[in-house]
Write a protein that binds this ligand. Sequence first.
Ligand code: ZN
Length: 222
Amino acid sequence: MMNIVLLGAPGSGKGTVSNLLEKTQNMAHIATGDMFREEIKNKTELGKKAQEYIDKGNLVPDEITINMLKGKMNEYKDSNGVVFDGFPRNIKQAEALEQMLKDKNQKVDLVLFLDIPDEEIIYRTVKRRICSNKECGAIYNLEYKKPKVDGICDICGSKLIQRKDDNEETITERLKVYHEQTKELIKYYEEKKLLYRVKLHANINITEEMTKEWLKSYNENR
Ligand SMILES: [Zn+2]
């Protein structure tokens, strides 16, 4: 059993790393945002409760999130562990997660921090283009993953567009919020000697070998 908390700014490659860990380590990936959407869509008890808070413009209490995570973890009993993506976001949540895992005789084994310079995240995000055909949803990058024909999707031939949020101002704001939230959390996990920092750059494609190497080197150096 190995539980990994994934930390990193929006656009740092957390999705890619999660998918690779899922595939190579037989781990379950719990993205808290997706989990919320799913519970609300399926109108589960917890989903309905969460919706009430959201409707009132309030934050969903940690207790609800923790109970959702508990349920999710029970669905994934056969996996080798869980990758937590999007939770915890603060120390209080980190402590709640710890307690929840402790009740299952488990713990957070590793906090993988994808550290990539802000300016590179901004640069990469403004260069992102997505296929306007929602069924396709292919993602391109004018710098790192160009389409064969300018402005046209390789797969379905639809026009490529830029997401409204993929502009410098929005990303800068999002990064600011992210740093404010994560600063304390990074310190917290550093003190617990659980943090493994991976320095990344926007032009690097994260590979299966890289994730294996990180886990190996973390285990050797702890
Ligand atoms: Zn397409």
